[in-house]
Design a protein around this ligand. Sequence first.
Ligand code: SAM
Length: 434
Amino acid sequence: MPNLPETFLKRMKERLGNDFPAFLASYERPPQKGLRVNTLKISPDEFVRRAPFPLDGPCCGDPACMYLTEEKAGADPYHFAGLYYLQEPSAMTVGETAAALPKARVLDLCAAPGGKTTHIAAQMKGEGILVANEIDPARARTLSQNVERMGVTNCAVTSAPPEKLAALFPSYFDLILVDAPCSGEGMFKKEPNAIPEWSEENVARCALRQSAILGEAAKMLAEGGRLLYSTCTFAEEEDEWQIEEFLRRHPDFVLLRQSKLYPHHFRGEGHFCALLERKNGQNTCPSPANTKPYPVRRNAAANRAFAAFAADFFDVCPRGEITTLADGRMYLVPAGTPDLTGLRLLRLGVELGEWDGKLFKPAHAFAMAFGGDARRKQTLSREESERYLRGETLATDLSDGWCAVCVEEFPLGLGKCVKGTVKNHLPKGLRKVK
Ligand code: SAM
């Protein structure tokens, strides 16, 4: 049992009454782990057939969300291939509630490390535009890596304060998720260092920050759009009262539903979630601005080099607008991407590779998104994959040139075939350390 703050326990006892002993007893159990199958890459049924560890579930209405007991699932080749995301079970219910539609404009405002972003991306099936934003630059890099690993093709990863986004996108998004920074009362088992940081003053500070973030989110929601607010805390100031105060300040919003999961009722660590809708024809939000499309920079020579590479690499090449930045990096821009000028942009759609004026060199992100469709594939067993993931060179029958290196049919990264060997092009930072 962790050493929980006295005031926290007193508050919980007042709140839960007769349920308090059951709540307290939940701290005797180890934290509940979960795994969400990435349906962009594999169906839940097929994953269960292949999974090298036991799974149990589903843990909510989404069949991709399962309970997990395996400790080392993060070191498995299927994890490197982005077949799943390790996520706490009650956090998955937030993604389930989001129920994002393909073709929608979606903003995940507080997105790192990307659990809910990648859940929403799976629901969107590569269609529409998903802006995943994280204010903290280091956390934004982790978010960007997870988006890449999961092979998401329609996401822009930005790192900006909410007010900067709100100035650019008045009344723009159909769905906004605010998975707010909070006092983390539901994280005490998983992250015990959150315990000494807890205080009533911190709860109050968090509530103020959440109120400010929600205010900015409201400005960006289109009429008829949905705002999903969630926290992993139990404090009313950050949950129910936060929503009550928001509705008072925004009479053009209605509450569709609200839920609070407690660890003594649900097999998970706990979460709060409220789904709101902005009604049509009312106005506490700014009018929509005429948001311009993303200014694609076409480079005919770079596009020709990519087309030549792709004709060798694929039977059917991925289609779409390609933008080539001044430094030569080429991206496949998701259809409907707005102008993101002025924002710190970490990722846009799929990074195809780099054009140095003479040669095209494919990027790791390209392999993770499209490598499964490659004609040039080096297919490895799970055991052989461990060698690739450690950075080793492999033997091959493929002719010279680039190939997608796959565990079974799922891409892990790129290799370059030279005279019967595959040179390892897995980025050094993503390799497995012994
Ligand atoms: N949605 C994420 C997921 O499912 O993986 C978890 C998000 S976490 C609960 C909240 C995030 O909000 C943190 O990454 C934190 O850096 C970010 N954050 C902190 N202060 C913020 C602020 N003022 N505005 C927006 N985001 C903030």
